[in-house]
Design a protein around this ligand. Structure first.
Ligand code: A3P
Length: 298
């Protein structure tokens, strides 16, 4: 798998056949499987760059009745633990953050279901799987690979990154494997699949359709929904030091901030006609048999 690529992730290792960076070391991945789940936990499960931070902030606010003052007290990554992450410099060790957190916890993971805590299958927890069209996601990941020292500040070019992505030679492994496993969960009663593009559209058209977020058993007033919506707009989250990650030592915002563009269709500025055709063909081969309604432009 690694033979034809020169880029190395810091501390990279292969776990159960998939590539991971050193910030998800094997012992942490093992420990996540034994993580104690609570009935009222909410897991935000995404492939990297699908809009994870956005959904964490949104769900955290919905679960906390739109308490924006509280959200301004702590970065989102300390309010919503990233389970399989271990960064001793930032003192962000996902499991240790999550264990003492008050309920309801909003937990983040980029793991495929097979690596998630075993107890998700026994408890009444809720799982929000957020999908984003893979072309925009891949472009977003490319920029993050460049700006993030935890991903080794990639210095290669777009065609090389696209090849890495298509081969699954990226942190957290293949997007196609993640998506197949996530897509297969869509009929589980405790799983809600949401789409980046849907949120982008619905948040810009009041009243937003996520109103009340029935899946989370929350019913919020229009006024609270309006406040959450404004707080979670791209511009607002981009300005907000509690969500923009500008303070995170490993992300060089001068190369590319975490909240980079927040749009649908940026992929057209990167994919050549041939790359696009190859991508579509590989998509058909890998996922053509499951129906996931990705949206590539609004
Ligand atoms: P772009 O790089 O395309 O801008 P993650 O949180 O999973 O790492 O995803 C990051 C991507 O989500 C980035 O995409 C970022 O801009 C986008 N994003 C984050 N918050 C957003 C928001 N409030 N509205 C729209 N996009 C958002």
């Amino acid at each position: 798998m690694s033979a034809s690529f020169s880029h190395k992730l810091p501390g990279e290792h292969v776990y159960d056949g998939s590539l991971f960076f050193g910030f998800s070391p094997p012992d942490t991945l093992d420990a996540v499987k034994d993580f104690e789940v609570r009935d009222d936990d909410i897991f935000i499960v995404t492939y990297p760059k699908a809009g994870t931070t956005w959904m964490q902030e949104l769900v955290w606010l919905v679960m906390n009745d739109g308490n924006i003052e509280a959200a301004k007290q702590k970065p989102v990554y300390f309010r919503s633990a990233f389970l399989e992450f271990k960064d001793e410099i930032l003192n962000e060790i996902g499991i240790e953050l999550a264990n003492p957190m008050p309920s309801p916890r909003v937990l983040k993971s980029h793991l495929q279901v097979k690596w998630m805590p075993r107890q998700i299958h026994q408890k009444n927890c809720k799982i929000v799987v957020m999908f984003r069209n893979p072309k925009d996601l891949c472009v977003s990941y490319y920029h993050f690979y460049k700006s993030s020292s935890s991903l080794g500040n990639f210095t290669g070019d777009w065609p090389e990154f696209l090849r890495m992505f298509l081969c699954g030679h990226v942190d957290h492994g293949s997007w196609f494997d993640f998506t197949r496993r996530g897509g297969n969960m869509r009929n589980n009663y405790n799983v809600k699949i949401v789409f980046f593009e849907f949120f982008l559209r619905s948040l810009s058209k009041p009243p937003p359709k996520y109103i009340g977020f029935a899946f989370l058993n929350k019913s919020l007033s229009l006024d609270v929904v309006d406040r959450i919506t404004r707080h979670c707009s791209f511009e607002s989250m981009r300005r907000n030091p509690m969500t923009n990650h500008d303070d995170v030592y490993s992300i060089n915002a001068d190369i590319s901030p975490l909240l980079r563009k927040g749009t649908v269709g940026d992929w057209k500025n990167y994919f050549t006609v041939n790359q696009n055709e190859d991508f579509d063909r590989i998509y058909q081969e890998r996922l053509g048999d499951i129906d996931i309604p990705f949206v590539y432009q609004l």
